[in-house]
Design a protein around this ligand. Structure first.
Ligand SMILES: *[C@@H]1O[C@H](CO)[C@@H](O)[C@H](O)[C@H]1NC(C)=O
Ligand SMILES: *[C@@H]1O[C@H](CO)[C@@H](O)[C@H](O)[C@H]1NC(C)=O
Ligand SMILES: *[C@@H]1O[C@H](CO)[C@@H](O)[C@H](O)[C@H]1NC(C)=O
Ligand SMILES: *[C@@H]1O[C@H](CO)[C@@H](O)[C@H](O)[C@H]1NC(C)=O
Ligand SMILES: *[C@@H]1O[C@H](CO)[C@@H](O)[C@H](O)[C@H]1NC(C)=O
Ligand SMILES: *[C@@H]1O[C@H](CO)[C@@H](O)[C@H](O)[C@H]1NC(C)=O
Length: 257
């Protein structure tokens, strides 16, 4: 691979030509601002890489999970980082007849995109990805790569039942494992996190630490959801339908034994 090929191919094939964003997005100021900041940083990376003798290595040992002011417990001793993904999907909720009640969380559905290399090499770019990815509707996003970042799908996230968030990281490209999980710890997302699409929404869902359940494969032991953008429901069921979805994006960090 030629120097800087990966960052260009992995992040920004569109940087030096006009990106073709969906017309629904182009006129929206919040999106324009978020994207222009993102592409400016990508452009700086590409320039920097052009002056390097070789492209930076994607060394997972150097990747550092983002910390929040109220911290989650660290990964258990002896575990190593296996994969970092950007999750883009929805949090699902239900409401009954009681309009003053809080919506009930039904779980989440998300597509996971391979961000391991970005995590190890460009943490500042990684930290922007959930906020930027949130601005695109799933239907706007290519089925195979998360545009405009060109991140390949590395798996899918769903709930097997109400208490079993599940990650299927076995794809045609690579079998990283299957991880039915149980929630272990939860902290409120830091102030300043993206509240929702177009900066409208009810805020980010919490950061989480999950432990894998029996049946996990690929050595997967612990999963973190961090740097969350959006996903929270309104405080009450006033005006809400029986079931509804709230768009979200997040970083998922997978640890193996
Ligand atoms: C509706 O929900 C609110 C908030 O949870 C609760 O205080 C109230 O008792 C509920 N009303 C009925 C009729 O269940
Ligand atoms: C959430 O909504 C999606 C899309 O409608 C649906 O496919 C999924 O089954 C729902 N998941 C849950 C846990 O309700
Ligand atoms: C996403 O879809 C919703 C509902 O169709 C629409 O209101 C919203 O404008 C769309 N957002 C973007 C970023 O295209
Ligand atoms: C993720 O991307 C890296 C390099 O960008 C690659 O080495 C790795 O195989 C990919 N993993 C998956 C699951 O696609
Ligand atoms: C949900 O699935 C887990 C894992 O299979 C199981 O241990 C748990 O009992 C299930 N919970 C319910 C309420 O069915
Ligand atoms: C979280 O996991 C640790 C072990 O890793 C366990 O000691 C603790 O009880 C768990 N806490 C919750 C709330 O599940």
């Amino acid at each position: 691979m030629l120097p800087s090929t990966w960052v260009i191919s992995a992040l920004c094939t569109t940087t030096f030509s006009a990106p073709t964003f969906p017309s629904s997005v182009v006129g929206r100021p919040v999106v324009r601002e978020v994207l222009s900041e993102y592409f400016q940083i990508v452009g700086e990376k590409v320039q920097a890489e052009r002056n390097m003798a070789q492209a930076p290595l994607c060394n997972m040992n150097t990747a550092m999970m983002p910390a929040s002011p109220i911290t989650l417990p660290p990964p258990s001793a002896g575990l190593t980082l296996k994969h970092v993904a950007i999750g883009r999907g929805t949090q699902n909720y239900s409401c009954g007849a009681n309009e003053t009640a809080t919506p009930v969380a039904l779980g989440a559905v998300a597509t996971l995109y391979n961000a391991s290399c970005v995590a190890s090499t460009y943490p500042d770019l990684l930290s922007m990805l959930p906020k930027v990815a949130l601005q695109f509707n799933l239907t706007d996003i290519d089925q195979v790569t998360l545009l405009p970042f060109n991140l390949a799908i590395s798996g899918h996230h769903y709930f097997a039942n109400l208490t079993t968030p599940t990650f299927n990281l076995d794809t045609a490209a690579m079998d990283l494992g299957f991880a039915p999980c149980v929630r272990n710890n939860s902290v409120t997302a830091p102030v300043g996190a993206s509240v929702g699409q177009d900066d409208e929404g009810f805020g980010p869902v919490p950061w989480l630490k999950l432990l894998t359940r029996n049946g996990a494969t690929g050595g997967l032991k612990e999963v973190y959801r961090v740097n969350v953008a959006g996903g929270r429901s309104p405080a009450t069921c006033v005006g809400m339908p029986t079931t509804f979805k709230v768009q979200y994006a997040a970083e998922y960090w997978f640890y193996e034994s």
